[in-house]
Write a protein of this length. Structure first.
Length: 289
């Protein structure tokens, strides 16, 4: 069965979300609508929708004009098993001693590595993105330098790959949170698949806004692999919930955005430990002094 997509971009989030709500009210309605910030530093937002039948392009043009959006680009997708395709194309990822793989590559796990099973169909965080790769590499480096974090939180966890990595190398439980309930369900499923039940606890929360996250603070290590805007907004809470001499590993940052993020965290008492580039993305490690 063919699938049709319709995508457009807008200059701000409020208008993008308003347009998405209007799309959901179409008849026939799309079976999926999403709003995403474009990760190129432009601060523009993308609205995408998916239809089983060809959408009415006249209606889409009227909606775009009413919300100040670019004209919708409508396309027909081929009938492809995308999950099977991705599984064929995604090779395992090595980040320090961590080995991120799908079940189709279970026979390739090297002896002595720390394996992390993440299926291709799961939410953000397969290890192939430069941000995830950077965070895992930073974690491996900190561990090799002697860090032994007893309290760890993964804010905006996606698949919980970072939380699980910490739980595999250190003995204490790790908290993983995400604002998206689907991501939390995905994270919990991955925890089970990796045999880490009870070692990684997954909760739904915006930032640190959850009783368990606040109860377990302060943290020796906090991951936040999200985007520049949320990272800067979280900086005061990071200073509040990170232990003295604790570390944060931050990513989701384009190279040109890194200085702004560093400045926001230095204002909260953090000092920069390392700054690494993986593809288009920068990963920062900072320590609270």
């Amino acid at each position: 069965m063919p699938t049709f997509t319709a995508f457009t971009t807008l200059p701000d989030r409020d208008r993008a979300e308003a347009l998405a709500e209007m799309l959901e009210d179409l008849d026939p309605a799309p079976y999926g609508v999403g709003v995403f910030e474009i990760e190129d530093g432009s601060e523009r937002w993308e609205v995408g929708s998916y239809f089983l039948d060809h959408p009415d392009e006249t209606v889409l043009a009227l909606l775009a004009a009413a919300h100040g959006a670019e004209s919708f680009a409508v396309s027909e997708l081929p009938d492809v098993d995308w999950v099977a395709h991705v599984k064929r194309e995604l090779a395992p990822v090595v980040a320090g001693r961590f080995f991120v793989y799908g079940s189709h590559d279970a026979d390739k796990v090297p002896e002595g590595s720390v394996p992390l099973l993440i299926e291709a169909a799961m939410a953000f965080g397969t290890g192939h993105h430069g941000t995830t790769l950077g965070c895992l590499t930073a974690l491996d480096r900190l561990d090799r330098a002697g860090l032994r974090a007893q309290r760890v939180a993964d804010i905006g966890c996606g698949t919980a790959v970072l939380a699980m990595a910490a739980a595999k190398i250190w003995p204490d439980p790790v908290l993983a949170s995400d604002i998206d309930p689907v991501a939390v369900e995905t994270a919990a499923a991955n925890v089970v698949a990796n045999g880490l039940e009870g070692r990684v606890v997954c909760v739904e929360a915006a930032g640190f806004d959850h009783p368990r996250l606040q109860q377990d603070a302060p943290y020796d290590l906090i991951f936040a692999n999200i985007l520049k805007g949320p990272l800067i907004a979280l900086a005061p809470d990071m200073g509040r919930f990170c232990a003295e001499s604790g570390h944060v590993i931050l990513s989701g940052i384009l190279h040109a955005q890194a200085d702004e993020v560093i400045a926001a965290y230095e204002a909260q008492g953090f000092v920069l430990i390392s700054r690494d580039e993986f593809g288009d993305w920068t990963t920062l490690v900072l320590k609270r002094t």
